[in-house]
Design a protein around this ligand. Structure first.
Ligand code: GCW
Length: 674
């Protein structure tokens, strides 16, 4: 339940003594809501780690000073490190001298920055860092760091695998559950500063007054933690709850309705963040229903929010209901013509890849193709296509891969992270969203290791250049133990877990071959659905001759949506990274791969590798019993057993299915069915 804020006791006597003397007397202005949150957190953490009840006192008597920059005495101001860049939410933690004695100073321009500084400081203590010469200056590289809850008002969660929604709408606004506070603490501890409370497949009711009072109660709870609340707005709300006949964005009555709705929201929640919208996608209503464009729809809402500093996050996850030429191409085709036409407070929110949160996708070609528009990244933290509740997959490794991919939009080095943080095209409004994996499960996320994905998303939202290895080490250290044997063994397990799932589900660029609807387990045989682009055969295109989706110029030419540098490398089977081979090419079963073996053989080898990787994960975990609680040990062990079973199920099903087409022999390393 405590996530990475375990605050395990510091066992080492010398370290404990050192930390105790540094934290015994603290100066913090607790007359602000955030100040009292900071004081609370310090009390909790220091008591748990050091059995210390700190004395809160004036700056001249304190050894730990937590002060806003504006309140800094000159003596401290002068000693600040020269790189103390003080972006609004940024902070500096520094070992300095004050009134003749050594002190640690945590300073920032804002309350939120102070809180982030304190959490970072506590993280350092949790990781047993030497704090005698601290000089840490950090600020978030992305402005809007937001969780997207796909939570429905009946408390079911779309693609949620951790129980029901934590928002207890029936008892709100009156009951503020402890979970809400702990949720806010956890988010603030990694710098997440926004949350969209309801599903993108939205009910309009959330915009009714009764619900807005409940939303307000949550917003009031989260405010001291620097977290803004946002809502998904259903485009047809003016009809459904407003009594209008249309939701046409050019209709004056509709425009007025949204303005009044925005005014009403801001009256209750002055710092309301804005709206997220899924429009004209998978049956959701949108401007296209009235022959209007995404720009007309988004700008109407933007206009309503503008006077209040609210933003619109307009999703680019669109694909038409008609027979698609190639689903992967559609968002780009629809949105690129709108570049530069959105109002200033609109962000276009783009999934990491062009299809849909697959175990591996090339980056979405929109990144790099809309220089005049702020593009927001949407990652999925909940594991819809990655084993749901039962598979251990460390997603920061996957996020890192996308963030590091080069779009070549402004020459070499134009990586996706630079698009998102605004540095490539000098954007001030920047954002990143993660589809939450949080629910009523006792440990929040169901799988104990899924907590790492929430943590990792937050860390990368703060700094998209962080290494996934750093994140793994931090998370393991704070959640379990700082013992090097444990961290050194478990870090590679986490980092390899992503490749394992790619191997046993969709190796070599395969994608969307999951079972129909729920997406759990294999289903390469899925065909004849209402929509062709929901079937598996549409994506793998396996036949007697070969397998893969030709997206080069002889096929759908989706490849042309990428920069020339990428196109030139990827259009050739010999030069494309093999990880993406079947994403972009239809390849003969007997095609010779870089390893000198046939494609069929290599595919089988990958599936087998995936299974063997999970076997190795099991083995590694079995040796970790001494480092974690019996409950976590047992639960993870049993889940790994399930994962191992399911990895074999994936391998067996996919290979048997594809073998019917390839009609090639199963390579010797594939175990015979019993
Ligand atoms: O992949 C699909 C999911 C839907 C989801 C949609 C989206 C919220 O299967 O459950 O709907 O993506 O991102 O809008």
């Amino acid at each position: 339940y405590k996530l990475w804020l375990q605050y395990h006791p510091v066992e080492d006597a010398a370290l404990k003594k050192h930390y105790t003397s540094q934290n015994a007397a603290i100066s913090v202005d607790h007359n602000t809501p955030t100040g009292s949150v900071i004081r609370e957190e310090l009390n909790t953490a220091l008591e748990a780690m050091l059995e210390l009840q700190p004395n809160f006192t004036s700056p001249d008597k304190a050894s730990l000073l937590i002060l806003k920059q504006a309140a800094l005495p000159e003596e401290l101001q002068k000693q600040l490190p020269s790189n103390a860049v003080q972006d609004e939410e940024g902070f500096t933690i520094a070992s300095l001298n004050y009134t003749g004695k050594p002190v640690i100073l945590i300073t920032s321009q804002t309350d939120a920055g102070l809180l982030y500084g304190v959490f970072r400081y506590l993280n350092l203590l949790q990781l047993h860092t030497d704090t005698s010469q601290l000089s840490v200056t950090d600020s978030p590289k992305i402005k809007k760091r937001i969780l997207n809850h796909w939570d429905n008002l009946d408390r079911t969660v779309e693609r949620g695998y951790a129980g029901f929604s934590i928002w207890d709408w029936h008892l709100l606004p009156h009951l503020i559950k402890e979970e809400y506070i702990d949720y806010a603490r956890a988010n603030a501890s990694v710098g997440i500063n926004g949350t969209v409370l309801n599903n993108v497949n939205a009910s309009a009711y959330i915009l009714q007054d009764t619900y807005l009072d409940k939303v307000k109660a949550l917003a009031d709870t989260f405010r001291p933690y620097g977290i803004q609340v946002y809502l998904t707005a259903r485009f047809s709300a003016p009809i459904e709850i407003g009594g209008l006949k249309t939701a046409d964005p050019l209709n004056e009555e509709v425009r007025t309705w949204w303005k009044e709705k925005a005014n009403a929201i801001y009256k209750k929640i002055p710092d309301f963040g804005g709206f997220l919208i899924k429009a004209n996608s998978e049956g959701q209503p949108g401007p296209n229903n009235y022959g209007r464009s995404h720009v007309e729809g988004a700008n109407m809402l933007a206009e309503a929010l503008e006077p209040h500093n609210g933003i619109v996050m307009w999703r680019a996850f669109v694909y038409s209901d008609e027979k698609p030429e190639d689903r992967a191409k559609q968002a780009y085709s629809e949105f690129v013509p709108f570049d530069g036409k959105f109002k200033k407070n609109v962000l276009v929110q783009v999934k990491n890849g062009p299809i849909d949160f697959q175990p591996r996708e090339p980056f979405h070609p929109l990144f790099g193709a809309m220089p005049e528009t702020p593009l927001m990244m949407e990652f999925q933290i909940t594991q819809e296509y990655l084993g749901g509740m039962s598979h251990l997959v460390f997603l920061p490794k996957m996020y890192e891969e996308t963030l590091q991919e080069d779009t070549y939009a402004r020459g070499e080095g134009s990586i996706v992270a630079k698009v998102i943080d605004g540095s490539l095209n000098t954007k001030k409004l920047t954002g990143i969203a993660g589809v939450a994996n949080i629910g009523t499960a006792r440990n929040w996320t169901g799988h104990p290791f899924a907590q790492a994905n929430w943590y990792g998303f937050g860390r990368l939202a703060w700094d998209p250049y962080l290494k996934s290895e750093t994140i793994a080490r931090e998370w393991l250290g704070m959640t379990f133990t700082t013992t090097p044997e444990f961290i050194d063994t478990m870090t590679p397990l986490l980092l390899n877990s992503r490749e394992a799932v790619v191997n046993y589900m969709t190796p070599l660029g395969l994608h969307h071959i999951m079972a129909e609807g729920h997406h759990q387990g294999p289903g390469p045989w899925v065909k004849d659905l209402g929509r062709e682009d929901w079937t598996s055969v549409y994506y793998h295109k396996a036949d007697r001759m070969g397998i893969g989706f030709d997206r080069t110029s002889t096929g759908s030419n989706a490849l042309a949506q990428y920069a020339e540098e990428i196109e030139n490398t990827y259009k050739n089977k010999r030069t494309i990274p093999e990880d993406y081979l079947l994403w972009f090419h239809h390849v003969a079963w007997d095609y010779e791969m870089k390893n000198g073996q046939s494609l069929w053989y290599t595919l089988a080898r990958k599936y087998q590798d995936g299974v063997e990787d999970v076997a190795q994960m099991k083995k590694t975990w079995n040796a970790m019993q001494d480092y974690v609680s019996p409950a976590v040990y047992e639960k993870t062990r049993m889940l790994l057993d399930i994962q191992y079973e399911e990895a074999q199920w994936w391998r067996n099903s996919c290979l048997l299915y594809f073998q019917q087409l390839s009609q090639m022999k199963m390579p010797p390393f594939i175990p015979k069915a019993p």
